[in-house]
Each structure stands twice: as C-alpha cells, then as structure tokens.
Design a protein around this ligand. Sequence first.
Ligand code: ADP
Ligand code: MG
Length: 228
Amino acid sequence: MIRLLGVSKTVTSGEQRLTILHPLTTTIERGQFVAIVGPSGSGKSTLLGLIAGLDAPTSGSVVIDGTDITRLDEDALARLRGATIGFVFQFFHLIPSLTARENVAVPMEIAGAADASARASALLAELGLTDRAHHYPSQLSGGEQQRVALARALANDPAILLADEPTGNLDTATGRHIMDLLRRIHKARGTTLVLVTHDADLAALADARLVLRDGRVVESAGVEVVSA
Ligand code: ADP
Ligand code: MG
C-alpha cells in the first residue's frame, strides 16, 4: 500500500519559488492499477518520482507498506527501492555498455542475488527476448529496449511497478504491446501498477485515475484524494 500524506514539492528557480505539486493526500491499495493523467507540465513525473523516493518532498510523507520513506537515510531508501519498486521510463534508460541480460541483472547484483544472470535470462524469456539477450541497447528497437527495461524493473519481483509514459516514445502497435505486458504482469503477479500517461485510452484501462493540472488533482475516480 502506498500512502501519500500532504505530499508537496516546491522548487526554487532563480528568485522564484514554484510549487509544482500542491499538498496531496491519497492511498493506493496493494494490487491496484492507478493511472495518473494530465497535460504536460502538470506534475505527473514529479508525483511518480516522489512515490519512488527518487525525489524528496518539500512537505509530507510517503509511506510504503508502513515505512515512511522520507525518514530513511540514503542507503536504507536505496535498499527499499531496490526490493520494492520497479521503475519504467519513457526513454528506457538502459546502460548502453551492457547487454540486455546484463542490464536486467544489475538490480539483482546490487541486491546480492547469487543467480542474477540465470534470473535475468528467465525474465527476458518471459518478455519474449531470449534471442536478444546478448544484444546491446543500440542494437535493439524501441519496443525491445522497453521490454528489456520492463524485465529490469521486474528483476527483484517488486510489489510496486511505476511507469512514466512507458509508451510515449513508441509507435501505437508497439505501445499497445508494452501496455499488454504491463497489464499481464500486474494481473499475474498482483503488482501495484501506477502508470503516468496522457493517453486517455490507456488511462481507461486502469482501476482508478488521478487527473493532475498545475500540480493539483482536479479529478479522481476509484481512489480517495485530498488535494489542497
Ligand atoms: P509532467 O510529467 O506532468 O509533464 P513534471 O512533473 O515533469 O510534469 O513537471 C511539472 C512542472 O514542474 C513543469 O512545469 C516543470 O517544468 C517543473 N519542474 C519539474 N522539475 C523541476 C525542477 N527541478 N526545477 C524547476 N522546475 C521543475
Ligand atoms: Mg513527465
């Protein structure tokens, strides 16, 4: 379960203080599929980064399965993130000097898994990429790179999968394939899925929706929200 309690983000640019996420309180249940939608610049990536602990809120707490991650030191946060959260980005963010299998193995190696390479191969097989395991990212199509990124996100069998416009850099058919995989994983593994998208068709697939505008939730469905 993900609980946000009065979570906000204010940044300083030059002389100005700019609130890019206004205090937000909400709960995402375990196993829920929530879509975060809204126009470009509305704060979607900011919100996802705060849930992931990639960014620290200006106020409020992010509580993941009972742990307030805003109170953890860097090492503890990194460990929790590695064990609990998988993240998929619009631009894949694979390590260019590593093969597909090596990219997928990285989070498992960090976590100290003994069989990282074999498990990476199994994940690539699950995503239909066995024959691409030894390819470097530059040798893969966008859809293949995103499937490798998805395999990497699943490396430590996370309870939570966060995806920031994962189809935003793919053609429609490839994007649909990635979405099918995300939904299949969500259903088969019971993973909590938080998807940022500006595609209304994709958002309609979710159990719940948050609509952001100018850093505020202006509409929601299937989830209780207090947005100041
Ligand atoms: P979205 O993902 O919905 O497009 P973002 O969360 O990336 O929106 O950004 C929300 C707003 O905050 C945008 O106007 C963006 O320019 C601004 N922003 C994001 N991060 C920073 C930062 N570190 N410093 C200044 N402004 C930022
Ligand atoms: Mg964004």
